[in-house]
Design a protein around this ligand. Structure first.
Ligand code: HEC
Ligand code: HEC
Length: 360
């Protein structure tokens, strides 16, 4: 049986919970007990969608509710969901890095390293196709969230153990509020976390404001970069729509080993079983891309400039290279302009910090 770590909780709060005393005000006027817990992570209305996001929560088949989002926020940041209590979703998906991170690959429980970079997931409430993970092996955010809890490298916990851990806490009350019944199932855990993710929306970027006709922001270099992105450089063959991704799979030659004539990671073909998908990975969205270098599924490219240079030379030649990838003949100034356009995609609205109190 897993024990609850109390490092996130003040002793006064623990005592109040244990003895079921009603919440009281301390001398300093701070809340304690359940009131402090709930005030630290209140039920909030769904966010107002920023400039640049034209879809709505209402149009989703099962829209998030404020109560599921609050529950999901706790669960997303709660390390007790992992086998040894050291890793939360937020360990690898950090708000300050647009819910990605700054290392080439992720480190899970026991310091184990995975083989892929943790992707950002802002604006994933709406995708052109429901493909999640770099290889598209999950078809919803719910299916996606269930994966890492049991992944031996990431969080290493069985689903029964996750449920058992949560059942021992006062989380039950919040499952009741969110779902109308107190039973805890892995599906409900996943739905709550997925709904929290759906509210991580990014927009209102300089590029969004420029597109909206705001002449007080932006500059000529960004305009030139945008024209190249949608023109000569044809980035929008794959990076399109409000989140700059087609959510499909393409081979840019990342991870190709010319001496072995093989990919380190075969990518999409392991799932689709189609040889032509070898070395193909999902197109990542580009909003807030400055926040989480290094880039690509293996974190092998350090800067945005180097990414554009990779495209400019026509990718890495290999037998499965996407026919859409070809030398672009961009000048150095044009490369810089494309980078400036991507920098103008930094938005706002998705940021968050971890709650400081968790149901005990
Ligand atoms: C140890 C680090 C780690 C932890 C912990 C972790 N992830 Fe991830 N996450 C990753 C990596 C690495 C990938 C990419 C893996 C792949 O594509 O095969 C990923 C992929 C994702 C994606 C897919 C995004 C996309 O664009 O397809 C989402 C969403 C996500 N994780 C959410 C979560 C949630 C929710 C949790 C907690 C239940 C979680 N992650 C826990 C590292 C982690
Ligand atoms: C053929 C489709 C395609 C085209 C065209 C394309 N990209 Fe990409 N882009 C991808 C895919 C797929 C990846 C991930 C590849 C991987 O990790 O193996 C990617 C990755 C990126 C990344 C890294 C993002 C991250 O989170 O790691 C950036 C930045 C980027 N592309 C910008 C551009 C720019 C700028 C252009 C135009 C010069 C462009 N792309 C053209 C498909 C494309």
């Amino acid at each position: 049986m897993k024990r609850v770590s109390s490092t996130v909780l003040g002793l006064a709060t623990l005592a109040a919970c244990a003895s079921k005393t009603p919440p009281t005000e301390t001398a300093a006027g701070a809340l304690t007990g359940v009131e402090a817990l709930e005030a630290d992570n209140p039920v909030k209305p769904l966010p107002t969608l920023p400039l640049g996001i034209s879809q709505t929560f209402e149009e989703l088949s099962d829209p998030p509710k404020p109560e599921t989002v609050r529950l999901g926020r706790w669960l997303f940041f709660d390390k007790r969901l992992s086998k040894d209590g050291t890793v939360a979703c937020a360990t690898c998906h950090r708000p300050e890095n647009a819910f990605s991170e700054t290392t080439p690959v992720s480190t899970g429980i026991g310091g184990q390293k995975g083989g892929r970079k943790a992707p950002s997931f802002t604006n994933q409430a709406w995708t052109i196709y429901p493909n999640f993970f770099w290889d598209g092996r999950a078809d919803s955010l719910e299916a996606q969230a269930i994966g890492p809890m049991a992944n031996p490298i990431e969080m290493g916990n069985s689903h029964d153990a996750v449920v058992a851990t949560i059942q021992q806490t006062s989380y039950t009350k919040y499952f009741q509020q969110a779902f109308g019944s107190p039973e805890i199932t892995i599906q409900k855990v996943a739905k709550a976390i997925a709904d929290y993710e759906r509210t991580r929306v990014s927009g209102n970027s300089i590029a969004d404001k420029m597109a909206d006709g705001d002449e007080t922001v932006g500059n000529e270099q960004i305009k030139q970069g945008k024209a190249l992105f949608f023109g000569k450089a044809e980035c929008n063959q794959c990076h399109l729509g409000q989140n700059y991704t087609d959510s499909l799979f393409h081979n840019l030659g990342i991870g190709w080993d010319e001496s072995k004539k093989a990919f380190k990671d075969e990518g999409r073909s392991a799932i689709s079983k189609k040889p032509e998908d070898t070395g193909a990975f999902k197109t990542p969205g580009l909003r807030d891309v400055t926040k989480h270098a290094p880039y690509m599924h293996d974190g092998s490219i350090g800067t945005l400039k180097e990414v554009v240079q990779h495209y400019n030379k026509g990718g890495n030649k290999n037998p499965y290279l996407s026919p859409k990838i070809r030398p672009l003949n961009l000048t150095d100034a044009e490369v810089d302009a494309v980078v400036a356009f991507m920098q103008a995609l930094d938005g706002e609205g998705y940021m968050d910090v971890s709650p400081t109190l968790f149901p005990q």
